[in-house]
Design a protein around this ligand. Structure first.
Ligand SMILES: C=Cc1c2[nH]c(c1C)Cc1[nH]c(c(CCC(=O)O)c1C)Cc1[nH]c(c(C)c1CCC(=O)O)Cc1[nH]c(c(C)c1C=C)C2
Length: 570
């Protein structure tokens, strides 16, 4: 597979399909296949991580008679989501290796519906919006923890003065004042790094001190490589609209007679938000809890969601899991190329199975690079190990090497952030190492080395003198896709390629194409399955229609905020 421009290919393929006798009676404008089947009898899901499991779940909802096979290379499902209980002399503690919490809000609506449908709502634990663990977020700069103001805080002059004095906010006030007067980007500039965008519109220091910390916490990525057009899309679009982010905000409010707040949206997203509004029906109590929380997870960790999904699929009797199955290849097959042949197994003894439809959550390294993150979970019996209480801290790229020779991205204060998972009292921390700092590395720290790095960081940053009684090291190799500069164009080419190559028989979902968060992956799976609904599965689509939406010509459309992402509240 090559990432090339594929529009002409799609057109010629569509013509070819239309000319075939079997397809001649079809309305080719509907871009449908000549299949007499009412539903895809056999569906393959490639990959058993959260995207694959959610895809299988939503597809089975759309087509209750379909037989689904999930191929997973590992011995079990769940992908990066792994939760493990560790026994200590005074009780047990839960270690999360990957994602540990979900954030509420519109992006979590489909996840919330899924949790409710799986009967898991009683197992959910919520971190309330005003709780210390949720409220206190820190940035390490230049050599100590700085607490960031949280949205509910009353204005505190001394706090802001302290942040200012530390240099963390350097350049920010004047950058905000001057932003409307800075020159607009040239027409020819189609994308740039987050670092370059912030330097151009605000101040380089704002990027290196603040934006880089945020991007470490989400993408473990480098602001000088990640795409501004994709990851700061609102700001990018506002500049495109009016020459400045600030002027763009004023312009969209003025242009509309509506008193409601107006925002810019990708036209495709407006359709998805509408569908979410129509289809998500949450119980009142669950909704109320979600509404008042800053994050949520499960008593037994994020793996509960994976386990419940797997159990639900197994119990349906229509879903078959094939663990230890490497997908070698998948290609169109059969008369009129209406099927997909999926080849799995070791290279020397592969086996091939034919399907009506395949959903791929597999990665393609030509679309994005990935970063590797190593997590070190630590448990100390002392509950008062560190004076600072809160969610944890992020370490921006601007921190000097001597302050972060371990190349850590941040530290999570798990025992403060989420309460209700452990029976043992104490302090639970996770040190996150690597990410973009390890770009190009072929070898990564061993477990012992990673433990040493984590402890040396904690001794220096938090003055911890004790040793943990329990710890775990986990290396998630190539776990977070990086939406680097040019991603949007690459995704479009990729979408065109998938469409023309697989003629609708293969749909693509996952963190490489739909967003890196758990919520994003679940929402992507839901949207993909919804597109299959009825005869939708016969359409020549890829699941990547957002990237190819003809209504989007590089600029987003303005619409009242209430047409945007639905709130958790009904
Ligand atoms: C394994 C490390 C991960 C890092 N980022 C992600 C993972 C899984 C993905 C991610 N993390 C956050 C978001 C934002 C949106 C969301 O869905 O919540 C995404 C997509 C925010 C976040 N960052 C950290 C935590 C605990 C959270 C809440 C959600 C979660 O549990 O993943 C901390 C953190 N994450 C990473 C680092 C380096 C880090 C440092 C303290 C990378």
């Amino acid at each position: 597979m090559r990432l090339r421009k594929h529009v002409p290919l799609i057109e010629s393929t569509l013509k070819r399909v239309a000319l075939r006798p079997a397809a001649s009676s079809l309305c080719t404008r509907c871009r449908r296949y000549a299949s007499s089947q009412a539903y895809p009898e056999k569906v393959a899901v490639l990959g058993g991580g959260i995207s694959g499991l959610a895809s299988a779940y939503f597809v089975s909802k759309e087509f209750p008679r379909s037989k689904i096979t999930i191929y997973e290379a590992n011995k079990d499902s769940g992908g990066w989501i792994q939760s493990r209980r560790v026994q200590t002399p005074t009780g047990d503690v839960l270690f999360e290796y990957g994602a540990r919490t979900l954030r509420p809000g519109s992006n979590a609506l489909i996840t919330a519906q899924l949790i409710q449908d799986l009967g898991l709502t009683d197992n959910v634990i919520f971190a309330k919006t005003g709780s210390t663990g949720a409220k206190n977020r820190y940035v390490y700069y230049p050599d100590r923890l700085q607490r960031l103001p949280s949205p509910g805080d009353a204005p505190d002059f001394w706090h802001i003065a302290g942040l200012w004095q530390s240099g963390l906010l350097a350049g920010a006030p004047s950058a905000l004042l001057l932003e409307p007067f800075r020159p607009q980007r040239p027409e020819s500039l189609k994308d740039e790094s987050i670092g370059a965008f912030i330097e151009r519109r605000l101040d380089k220091r704002v990027g290196n001190n603040l934006a880089s910390a945020v991007m470490h916490g989400i993408y473990a990525g480098d602001i000088w490589k990640l795409s501004a057009r994709t990851l700061l899309s609102q700001a990018w679009m506002l500049e495109g609209l009016a020459g400045s982010i600030f002027k763009g905000m004023i312009k969209i409010q003025q242009e509309t007679p509506l008193t409601d707040k107006v925002m810019l949206f990708h036209p495709h997203d407006l359709d998805v938000f509408k569908a979410m509004r129509e289809e998500v029906k949450l119980d009142e109590t669950f909704q109320r809890h979600l509404d008042g929380c800053a994050m949520f997870t499960f008593e037994d960790g994020m793996a509960e969601l994976v386990t419940a999904l797997k159990k639900n699929l197994e119990n349906s009797g229509r879903v078959d899991f094939k663990f230890g199955s490497w997908v070698q290849d998948y290609k169109l097959a059969g008369e009129n190329r209406q099927h997909v042949d999926v080849t799995t197994g070791p290279k020397d003894s592969p086996s091939t199975e034919r399907y009506d439809l395949a959903v791929s959550t597999l990665r393609d390294k030509r679309l994005t690079p990935f970063v590797t993150v190593q997590t070190v979970n630590l448990y100390f019996p002392n509950p008062n190990l560190i004076p600072q209480k809160g969610f944890g801290y992020l370490i921006p790229q601007s921190v000097a090497f001597e302050e972060n020779p371990e190349r850590a991205l941040g530290v999570i204060f798990d025992s403060d952030a989420i309460q209700g998972q452990d029976t043992a009292e104490g302090t639970k921390l996770t040190v996150m190492l690597g990410g973009h700092y390890w770009d190009g590395w072929e070898h990564f720290p061993s477990d012992d080395e990673a433990y040493g790095l984590a402890m040396s960081l904690l001794r220096r940053h938090l003055k911890i003198k004790e040793e943990p009684t329990h710890y775990n090291v986990n290396l998630s190799k190539d776990c977070i896709p990086q939406y680097t500069v040019g991603y949007e164009d690459r995704l479009k080419s990729y979408a065109e390629h998938v469409t023309s190559q697989y003629l609708g028989r293969v749909r693509v979902v996952g963190s490489q194409t739909h967003g890196v968060g758990v919520n994003d992956c679940i929402r992507g799976a839901w949207a993909m399955a919804r597109q299959l609904r009825g005869a939708g599965w016969k359409k020549i689509e890829s699941g990547l229609e957002r990237a190819m939406d003809a209504r989007y010509d590089g600029a987003w459309v303005s619409a009242p905020a209430n047409q945007g992402p639905p709130k958790v509240k009904s």
